[in-house]
Design a binder for this molecule. Structure first.
Ligand SMILES: [Zn+2]
Ligand SMILES: [Zn+2]
Length: 298
């Protein structure tokens, strides 16, 4: 199961109810963080995300609201005796800035910190056994990356099929490993007794103008988390500052055929997010504006 927790849903500046950008995705005991705004470690405590389980942190771009939380989070991990290495991904060219932020006071870290540059094109960043995380380019005032967390498709045994072939006991692990099995002189292929379960995909796009690259990455995904700094009443400002309106984010979701749209990176000017949610729902029914602490299980 994939568990998505919205740790911070504001943009640029925090408010009383919204912390700065960060989203966690948990899968089988591992945590992956997407952006790490100021206060992320406090939000993790509040919402029960263990810093020691974080395997990698993906930073969309080098604006302070997305990155300043790294300095504190990495220090707390060290003070809590972390030994396991961690990888931090940042658009290429900003690796030095990240290293400077991490080590400005010459803090001692008892674990290895890998800082890895992300090319400004679709790239695979992490390839796990059952899932992969890749990046795609966004359109912002400086190089910015979107991220796609994709589970791989897997095969599931179907009772009506395997009973027909009299598969039982250790046969299951054998056919899973080798892809075929011989029973009573008859060869059975894995596909004869299983069905494909499509992997789930979560797309994170912040900060950005609406883009074809996001729509393409989100094609048939389960969840698109898209920035929505403004409403359409501020669309000129959104264009000038290279952000998106709720309507623009909803257009991207509609174009991509994604199942679910959640808006985040909400400007502090909107005290009530309901009108923004409504604006998006007119284009993409079911769209939601995220609040800090919201959890989505997929
Ligand atoms: Zn931002
Ligand atoms: Zn930005």
């Amino acid at each position: 199961m994939l568990r998505v927790t919205f740790l911070g849903t504001s943009g640029a500046t925090p408010t009383k109810s919204r912390s700065l950008p960060s989203v966690s995705i948990e899968r089988e005991g591992s945590v992956f963080l997407f952006d790490c705004g100021e206060g992320t470690q406090m939000q993790m405590m509040k919402y029960g995300i263990s810093p020691q389980k974080v395997k990698a942190i993906f930073i969309s771009h080098m604006h302070g609201d997305h990155v300043i939380g790294l300095a504190g989070l990495l220090r707390s991990m060290a003070l809590n005796a972390r030994k396991e290495e961690i990888s931090i991904f940042i658009p290429k060219g900003y690796e030095g800035g990240i290293r400077a932020l991490i080590s400005f006071d010459k803090a001692m870290f008892g674990y290895k910190i890998n800082v890895i540059g992300i090319p400004h094109r679709v790239s695979k960043l992490l390839d796990g056994k059952d899932f992969a995380i890749s990046s795609f380019p966004l359109k912002h005032t400086l190089p910015s990356s979107g991220f796609a967390f994709r589970e791989k498709d897997r095969r599931r045994f179907v009772k009506s099929k395997y009973e027909k072939y009299k598969i039982k006991g250790t046969d299951f692990s054998r056919i899973s490993k080798t892809g075929k099995l011989k029973i009573d002189g008859r060869t059975i292929a894995l596909k004869d007794v299983t069905e494909v379960v499509k992997g789930k995909a979560i797309i994170y796009a912040s900060d950005t103008r609406p883009s074809k690259a996001t729509a393409k990455a989100s094609s048939n995904a389960s969840l698109l988390i898209h920035e929505s700094s403004y409403m359409s009443s501020e669309k000129d400002l959104a264009a000038e500052r290279m952000h998106s309106t709720a309507a623009e984010a909803a257009e991207v979701a509609r174009e991509s055929g994604v199942e679910m749209l959640v808006l985040t990176h909400i400007s502090a000017r909107y005290k009530d997010a309901k009108p923004m949610e409504k604006e998006a729902q007119e284009i993409f029914p079911g769209a939601k504006v995220a609040n800090d602490g919201d959890v989505i299980s997929l």
